[in-house]
Structures are given as structure tokens and as C-alpha cells.
Design a protein around this ligand. Structure first.
Ligand code: KG4
Ligand code: ZN
Length: 360
């Protein structure tokens, strides 16, 4: 299975082979990031991202095919992320995949990017369904029960910013580089007094498993602007406070989700999977490890290269779908919004329903 990904700021292609027993071999993989192109703006600029994806996607596909020693017609199918994401970017992978499918006479599989993340631990672990997934990236923050391919139940998601955005936006306020998460983590190591800044505990005591980060960003901005000629120590202390506030919030809401999971599926294995770029953060990991241990859950995170955006997870989602006989037509649309659990999203649009339908 060839997988293509271009929904945010990484252009990626990969070829995986999935055996009937579920074991997976990654035959070739490439990921090309765009951090340098977006760094001057402190965030991802959709037009710059779309152009960069369009320039690279076909070359990357050709490279992984060459490395795997395969002609397009030797593939069983081609899978591409069809959403959710920045629409100009999503089209780069999807249209490339449609071209390959048409030219080589092989099926197309339109993959939900979130399903790719949800299945990503199965690239490296023999992990059976069901499990609880916390997806924490720059674009998404959600809790999902993964019961099978195409069978996902969302327990909660962010009502405003994603956790990665909270890192990126607060980093920008403090004049730290982009992407903000690693910069905040690095700065926080030099903190002298991590308890100096009192930041809000978002949704404290509120039932449910939704997240909110907008209040934290505002509080961090106020704290920063109130400082007189802030320097590196102020930056380190505030970075530590922000990082702790995000970790505590993630652990608190995920704790509620673990309780709900255990109530709904009392006999299921208690497994928490953490994926997305923010899962790289050691403070976040430690907080989630504590919350999991307190509830008898084991936790795992895919290796970092499969935690962040990649095409191997899209190829795997395609392979798992193909094994079930699910393919898509060449009219499959690119979708800016595409909730994993569309029925639940329509009932309870945590991220706003809007004219275009609920956000992811
Ligand atoms: O999954 P990802 O690579 O891309 C998507 O957003 O889909 O996640 C990128 C996000 C960025 O917001 C980045 O700041 C954050 O993950 N991130 C981190 C760390 N490394 C990356 N956040 C906190 N600590 C980190 N070490
Ligand atoms: Zn992603």
C-alpha cells in the first residue's frame, strides 16, 4: 500500500506491507517538513503549505516506489489523507493518489487523517482493539475509543485551540521559536520558580472530557505583558507554568475519559494510547502516566516518527480498509472538516457546528 499525506505542514509518502496476521513492514518512507517556511509567521500559513506540498508530493511518491523497487501497478492500492486539514494541502496528496490510481488501474482509498493517527500504534505494536486514544497535535486534541477500523467513538475534543496550538501560541507570546512545543519544553528546563505564575485550570470540575486552552493563552499573555523588561528567567518560569498547566489539563480530562471507557467496556483491556506531536513532551507523558497508573491503565505511545504526521499510518489505515474490502471512488472529495465519529459530532458539536459542519 502506498500512502500519501499532506494535510498540515508535513509532506509524506510511505509504502507498507501488511500481512494477514496484522504485522506490518514499512518498505520505504519519507517525511519533508516545512518548519523553516512557516517560522517567520509563528504558525502554519495555509497558502505556503499548499504550494510546498504541491511541489513535492509527486517526487516523494516516486522516491518511495523506487526505494521499495515497485512499479505503481504492483501496488494493491493507493491511500491518501482526504481530510480533515488545510484544504489546499489535502488536495495535493489526494489528487496525486487519484492520478496514480487511475494511471495504474488500482483502487483508491480516501483516509481520514485522524483514523491514521488512531491506528498508528498498530504499525509497531501488536495492539488489539479496543483501546482509548488521546490524540494531541497542533491541529487536534481529542479522546476517542478505538473499537475497530471505521468504528471510533469520540468522548471529547477541544472547544477552542488544540494542545499543540496552546504551546505554539504561548511560545510566540514569549518570543520563543516555532514550533513552540519543543521550544517551551527546552526553555522550561531552566526555570528557577515554576510556581511563580498562577495560570487557570481550564474546565476544572466540569463534567465530560472536552478540552479548552484559549483561557490559558490569554492568561499567559497577561502575565508576560505585566513583566517589566522580561528576560530569560521570566521566560523559563512562564514556559514551565504553561507546560505544567497543559499537562495537568490533559491528564485531568483524560482521567475522566479512562473512567468512562472502563464504565462502558468493563471487560476490555485498559490501554491508553497517546499520539500526536505533543506526546513528545516529557511533562505531558509523566502526567498521563500517573493518571493511567491511578486507574490501572497501561499506556503506550508510538515511536516519535509515527506520533507526528507521517504517511506510514495513512498507508496502514488504507491497508486495514482494503483488507475489509473498503475502497473509494475517484470522486472522493477533499474535506477540510471530517470528524472521526460523524454521528456523535452532529449530535454534540464540541468544536462548533458552523456552516461547514463540525470541526474535527
Ligand atoms: O502531530 P504534529 O507533528 O502535527 C500536527 O499538528 O498534526 O504536531 C505538531 C505539534 C506542534 O504544535 C508542536 O508545537 C507540538 O506538536 N510539539 C510539542 C513538542 N513537540 C512537538 N509540544 C510540546 N512538547 C514537545 N516536545
Ligand atoms: Zn496529524
Amino acid at each position: 500500500m502506498l500512502g500519501l499525506e499532506s494535510s498540515c505542514d508535513d509532506t509524506a509518502a510511505a509504502i507498507v506491507r501488511r500481512a494477514p496476521d496484522g504485522s506490518v513492514t514499512v518498505l520505504a518512507e519519507r517525511v519533508v517538513g516545512q518548519d523553516a517556511a512557516h517560522a517567520p509567521y509563528g504558525g502554519v500559513v495555509p497558502e505556503i503549505a499548499a504550494r510546498a506540498h504541491a511541489e513535492r508530493m509527486d517526487t516523494l511518491a516516486a522516491e518511495v516506489l523506487a526505494e521499495a523497487g515497485l512499479a505503481p501497478a504492483e501496488l494493491d492500492a493507493v491511500a491518501a489523507t482526504a481530510g480533515p486539514g488545510l484544504i489546499g494541502g489535502v488536495m495535493a496528496a489526494l489528487m496525486t493518489a487519484k492520478g496514480i490510481a487511475l494511471g495504474a488501474g488500482i483502487p483508491l482509498i480516501a483516509v481520514n487523517h485522524l483514523e491514521g493517527h488512531a491506528l498508528s500504534p498498530r504499525l509497531t505494536h501488536q495492539l488489539n482493539f479496543p483501546y482509548l486514544l488521546l490524540l494531541v497535535s497542533g491541529g487536534h486534541t481529542q479522546l476517542v475509543i478505538v473499537e475497530g477500523v471505521g468504528a471510533m467513538t469520540r468522548l471529547g475534543s477541544t472547544i477552542d485551540d488544540a494542545a499543540g496550538e496552546a504551546f505554539d501560541k504561548t511560545a510566540k507570546i514569549m518570543g520563543l521559536g516555532f514550533p513552540g512545543g519543543p521550544a517551551v519544553e527546552r526553555a522550561a528546563r531552566a526555570a528557577r520558580d515554576p510556581a511563580r505564575f498562577a495560570l487557570p485550570r481550564m474546565l476544572a470540575g466540569k463534567p465530560g472530557c472536552d478540552f479548552s486552552f484559549a483561557g490559558l493563552k490569554t492568561a499567559a499573555r497577561r502575565a508576560w505583558e505585566a513583566l517589566d523588561a522580561p528576560g530569560d528567567i521570566d521566560r523559563a518560569d512562564l514556559a514551565a507554568a504553561v507546560q505544567t498547566a497543559i499537562a495537568v489539563h490533559l491528564a485531568e480530562r483524560t482521567g475522566r475519559a479512562m473512567d468512562q471507557y472502563a464504565d462502558r467496556l468493563p471487560d476490555a483491556p485498559r490501554t491508553l494510547v497517546i499520539a500526536g506531536g505533543v506526546a513528545a513532551n516529557q511533562t505531558v507523558r509523566a502526567a498521563l502516566a500517573d493518571a493511567a497508573a491511578a486507574r490501572g491503565f497501561t499506556w503506550l505511545a508510538p515511536p516519535l516518527k509515527y506520533c507526528t504526521d507521517n504517511a506510514a499510518m495513512i498507508a496502514l489505515a488504507g491497508a486495514e480498509r482494503l483488507a475489509l474490502g473498503w475502497t473509494d471512488g475517484l470522486d472522493a472529495p477533499a474535506r477540510a472538516r471530517w470528524p472521526l465519529d460523524e454521528a456523535a459530532a452532529a449530535r454534540d458539536p464540541a468544536s462548533g457546528s458552523g456552516r461547514k459542519g463540525p470541526k474535527a
